[in-house]
Design a protein around this ligand. Structure first.
Ligand code: PLP
Ligand code: ZN
Length: 390
């Protein structure tokens, strides 16, 4: 294993990875795993990677935590298709979708949980707790079951039913809270010490971001190490966006890619757009978004601990932030479904709608290479489409 220590994303304090950690003890901000990249470069080359048969995200084992002799907790996550659009996005010559709905539990949350549950188990945690907008809960329930650990999942009462049912059928203890994901997080923080729970909140433990960073490695490998010009990503907690950016930095250090970076666009819902607001106001942090509401439950995150990291990425990359309203997302699900054969999640649909908006505004050029992330499956959101919807 090439993990050397944990580094604070705000104060640069360094910590021992052998201790089960949440946030930085000094400043309460997220901790990032740090690796001996020079040694990784000696052990693994791009060419060697291309000959590997392992299809799960553990094909990037050298770039992930977990001692080499320890078996990861895996359900075959990762290696999702990168599909070129055929009809949607007319007028744009090269748009791709990375379809994350093919992961175990049908969302990209599987990536983070495979790595984080592997490390939590290795470091001795037995009871895992998470506040979830829906998909993270399902993923934790699956990986905790696979690992033989307890999962305690706190979700807003109006989380899509499929997510709630899924968690229960995967053996998790589910508590429904009258409130938002932030209220679920507060409940866990209040009780975790007495209950012996390890808090698996995104970016409040160091390893979910490592699983999500494999989105960046996989994309680079699938695109033959030429990153796209633009990435559109549906942003709640922001871990996917942050993870990819971390992967790009590591790959540049390894000499696998050039210094060119895609322009990163964060796509949010009009009813919950703290990052869009802060980006437009030129702020370094985002204020809590009042009365947050959207059918895209994964985007209903009024306050994210990694807000300052996201905002810096959007600005450093020359990208931006876009808000899409719910009616447009739902319309776009059917448009993409009938044009491309993909039943996408509303969060993914927000990115497709944002593509149209950004292209019309001249912020994406007709010849640019664009990648959209569809982070989940429409099948989990049947309420949105209504019984007998037109
Ligand atoms: C389908 C879907 N897309 C996007 C997100 C937002 O993810 P992130 O925390 O990486 O911003 C979520 C989070 O719950 C989700 O479930
Ligand atoms: Zn710190």
């Amino acid at each position: 294993m090439y993990l050397t220590h944990l580094t604070c994303t705000a104060c640069a304090g360094q910590y021992d990875w052998r201790d089960l950690q949440n946030v930085c003890p000094a400043c309460q901000k997220p901790l990032f795993p740090t690796y001996d990249v020079v040694e990784i470069g000696r052990a693994l080359t791009r060419d060697a990677l291309s000959t590997r048969c392992e299809n799960s995200l553990w094909r990037y084992r050298e770039l992930l935590p977990l001692p080499a002799k320890i078996e990861p907790v895996t359900l075959g996550e990762g290696s999702t298709p990168l599909l070129r659009l055929t009809r949607f996005g007319r007028g744009l010559s090269e748009v791709w979708v990375k379809d994350e709905s093919l992961n175990p539990t049908q969302s990209f949350k599987a990536r983070g949980m495979s790595v984080a549950v592997s490390m939590a188990k290795f470091l001795g945690a037995t009871k895992l707790a998470v506040p979830s907008a829906g998909n993270a809960g399902g993923a934790l329930a699956a990986y905790a079951a696979r690992a033989g650990l307890e999962a305690h999942i706190f979700m807003p009462r109006d989380t899509p039913r499929a997510n709630i049912i899924e968690c229960r059928e995967l053996g998790a203890r589910v508590e429904l809270i009258d409130g938002l994901i932030t209220d679920c997080g507060v409940e866990i923080a209040k009780r975790k010490l007495a209950e012996g729970w390890f808090d698996m909140s995104t970016l409040k433990e160091p390893y979910r971001v490592e699983g999500k960073k494999t989105l960046g490695y996989e994309l680079a490998e699938q695109m033959k190490w030429q990153l796209p010009d633009v990435i559109l990503y549906p942003t709640g907690g922001g871990t996917g966006l942050i993870g990819m950016w971390k992967a790009f930095a590591e790959m540049e250090e390894l000499g696998w890619i050039s210094e060119m970076r895609p322009r990163m666009f964060s796509v949010q819902a009009s009813g919950c757009a703290p990052i869009v607001r802060a980006f437009e106001a030129g702020e370094a942090h985002a204020n809590e978004f009042g009365r947050a509401h959207t059918v895209a439950s994964g985007l209903r995150v009024p306050k994210a601990i990694g807000d300052f990291i996201m905002l810096k990425i959007l600005r450093d990359s020359g990208g931006g932030a876009v808000a899409i309203d719910d009616a447009e997302m739902i319309r776009t699900v059917r448009e993409v479904g009938s044009a491309e054969g993909l039943f996408i999640a509303p969060e993914g649909a927000a990115c497709f709608a944002a593509l149209t908006t950004l292209a019309a505004a001249g912020k994406i050029g007709p010849k640019e290479r664009v990648v959209i992330f569809n982070t989940g499956s429409g099948i989990k959101y049947l309420e949105c489409f209504g019984a007998g919807a037109p």
